[in-house]
Design a protein around this ligand. Structure first.
Ligand SMILES: Nc1nc2c(ncn2[C@@H]2O[C@H](COP(=O)(O)OP(=O)(O)OP(=O)(O)O)[C@@H](O)[C@H]2O)c(=O)[nH]1
Length: 413
């Protein structure tokens, strides 16, 4: 993942993708109650909340990021989001905007956030209904991606195996040649294969083995977070438990995107004080000495409902946690390049930790250096306390995550 991480939001029509995206960003993705409001993939910037390095050194007051923002040591780091349109069953056969959908995730995404309607009020095509079982959506999303990759693989299987045998290739190389187009690397393929028990040689794979291999590859290449949306609905509870029981190893986040959008709007209009990501909402009744505007009876009732049905029950609208869950699954580490290791400042001095980039835990320091300073010769890399960092070392939270680079000046001929 040498480029910036990109998280794809997918989900059937009317599951709440656009609302979720709106609540994660300030982008104005169209919001509508009918299928395919979102026609073009919508790239937007979301903000991942992390504990900023400034709080380790008591420098919260001096922290002013170049991108995003930092409040009391909670830093919002930009991440790229992709609103992927047109997911309906049959996408792998080109139904809906199937091919486009698959192409979007193939090229661009590191992780899929599957936005699901857990109220059971939309069927698999996004039409209004009651009592639909959203478990089916988890299954068919996985199936669509698998069938698409499997279909492409099986079409050429005979010649793939012949070539593999003739060239005495390694199974990782043979598969990487096939999966490279999905943004895979040999490492990803190797990790996927390592998960499979008793895998026979490639020429012995039947359809079942191919399915197993493709499924293992998908879970490595396209890890998924389930965003269980519409938790404000009374039918949501039973569906949430069902999904979490069936997929105990999949990261699930409970959300009410529409609530987040509504609360932010009220806060912007100065009707409430709302700290996003928390359960705290204050009205003029709670803060009589504040400059908040009074709410009419209808709005007050809605705010009370939101408190009861979402905030007090679930602790928050859950939206901030979507990106945190994604970052956790991807193992992202915030890395802070600084110019001056004594002050943690950049070029212009004054403010600290101006830059932050997200890299995968375990990435080599040399790779991180390349992302930050490019193809130049580095004389030395310094860490906190002036300690020398080896290019062969790796990064983690609190380990080699603050760095200063000394570059060898380029000689003019
Ligand atoms: N009750 C409830 N409704 C929601 C929530 N989030 C979104 N909705 C509603 O669900 C409907 C569909 O939301 P959208 O965000 O347009 O859905 P989408 O998945 O982007 O749909 P397409 O653009 O058609 O693909 C809208 O009427 C939203 O107001 C939620 O958390 N709770």
């Amino acid at each position: 993942m040498p480029r910036d991480p990109c998280i794809a939001l997918v989900g059937k029509p009317s599951s709440g993708k656009s609302t979720t995206l709106n609540s994660l960003t300030d982008a104005n993705a169209k919001v509508g109650a009918f299928p395919f409001t979102t026609i073009e993939p919508n790239k937007a910037t979301g903000y991942l909340q992390v504990d900023c390095a400034c709080s380790r050194f008591g420098k919260q007051d001096q922290c002013k990021p170049n991108y995003g923002w930092c409040e009391n040591g909670k830093r919002s780091v930009p991440v790229m989001l992709l609103d992927v349109a047109g997911l309906v069953p049959g996408a792998s056969q080109g139904r809906g905007l199937g091919n486009k959908f698959l192409d979007d995730i193939r090229q661009n995404s590191d992780l899929i956030v599957h936005v699901m309607d857990v109220s059971g009020c939309t069927d698999e095509n996004g039409k209004a209904t009651r009592g639909y079982d959203p478990l089916k959506d988890v299954e068919w999303l996985q199936d669509e991606i698998r069938l698409w990759i499997e279909g492409n693989l099986k079409k050429r299987w005979g010649s793939i195996v012949r070539r593999h045998t003739a060239t005495k290739a390694h199974v990782v190389d043979t598969l990487q040649a096939q999966f490279g187009g999905y943004g895979s690397t040999a490492k990803v393929v190797a990790r996927a294969l390592a998960k499979i028990k008793d895998l026979p040689p490639i020429d012995k794979w039947d359809d079942e083995w191919i399915t197993t291999v493709v499924a293992a590859f998908i879970s490595e290449r396209f890890p998924t977070v389930l965003s269980l949306n519409k938790i404000d609905h009374p039918d949501a509870d039973k569906n949430i438990s069902k999904i979490m029981l069936k997929y105990p190893n999949t990261k699930c986040v409970l959300t009410s995107a529409v609530t987040e959008v509504f609360l932010r709007k009220l806060a912007k209009q100065n009707f409430i004080k709302y700290e996003t990501g928390t359960e705290f909402v204050d009205t003029l009744e709670d803060l009589p000495d504040s400059d908040l505007k009074p709410l009419d009876e209808k709005l007050m009732e809605r705010v009370d409902n939101i408190r009861d049905l979402v905030l007090y029950r679930f602790g928050s609208t859950g939206v901030i946690q979507i990106l945190q869950a994604a970052a956790e699954v991807l193992g992202l580490v915030p890395v802070y390049p600084v110019r001056n290791m004594n002050t943690f400042s950049g070029n212009s001095g004054g403010f600290v930790f101006r830059d932050c980039l997200l890299v995968k835990k375990g990435t080599l320091v040399a790779q991180v250096a390349k992302m930050i300073v490019g193809e130049v010769t580095i004389a030395a890399i310094e860490g906190v306390g002036g300690l020398r960092i080896s290019e062969e070392d790796t990064v983690d939270v609190g380990k080699n995550d603050i760095m200063s680079f000394r570059i060898v000046p380029s000689s003019k001929e």
